[in-house]
Design a binder for this molecule. Sequence first.
Ligand SMILES: Nc1nc2c(ncn2[C@@H]2O[C@H](COP(=O)(O)OP(=O)(O)OP(=O)(O)O)[C@@H](O)[C@H]2O)c(=O)[nH]1
Ligand SMILES: [Mg+2]
Length: 269
Amino acid sequence: MPVEWIIPAARGAYNNRQVALSTWEKLITKILGPKYRIGFVGPGGIGKTVLLDHMTGAAFKDGYEAPGQSRKAEAGKAKANGSRFAVVVAPGQQSGPQIETYNKIFDSEDPIDGVVFVAGNGFVTARDEHAAEVNMSLGYDTISKWRDLNLQAELEILEEVCRLIRASKQKSRKPKWILVAVTKVDLFYGNIEDARRYYSPHLGSEFAEKLNRLRESVGHDNLSWDATPVCSLLDSFVWGNEVVESSLSKEDRDHYLSQFVTLLGSFCR
Ligand SMILES: Nc1nc2c(ncn2[C@@H]2O[C@H](COP(=O)(O)OP(=O)(O)OP(=O)(O)O)[C@@H](O)[C@H]2O)c(=O)[nH]1
Ligand SMILES: [Mg+2]
């Protein structure tokens, strides 16, 4: 399915949350239950938990508040027509619980079917004030410098995920795919073309090349990958004295969520 990075003038069926959710529910009944298991990985503060909450519908309930830093593995709790939503999210912070979750996700005895690598174009939300201050004092005192640092760290995390996938594939045939969910697109929609060039499979970026090399090493037919823009919580982004406002509407967000979920479904077929 071709990924659309720009919001089309006519959003078609995806123009409200209800449609987004019912699309998702139909999809989960098809793809999940005991049959498919998906692991979410990626940097801390990038939006993995919040994305999961939007997929399960938890985020659309009254009084929803964005969670803090995840300390342990999280599982999708949604049920649709009796099927369980089989997603496990690894905490982004390097820690014992992260290693345990990776062991679960990339367990060659009982591997997951697919991986969602949540990336964010450098817009990492820092939730540890002390760490943020340390980074500021080290010179990462503008959003531009903070994003560059995070993009570099994201590449390192991707490298590690590729290593884990390679090891899992040597012993089992899974995971079969990796989907890069480029989230927080509401913060950089004005420069979305740059993000498309950086994350898309065939445009030669360092990011794409890591995944293309992984695919070559495990055999082209044994692993698919693609990248799609998405967003979930329309929050402004603050770093030091700078702020980037969220620039998309809820309808735009629902469009991206629906595209993400539909793409996930096409990978699970
Ligand atoms: N603008 C915008 N902000 C977002 C979006 N998704 C998440 N955020 C912000 O990013 C913060 C972190 O999101 P989380 O989902 O908790 O991040 P995480 O990847 O689970 O982080 P860890 O639990 O540390 O691994 C949220 O509290 C929001 O403020 C998005 O799509 N757009
Ligand atoms: Mg989390």
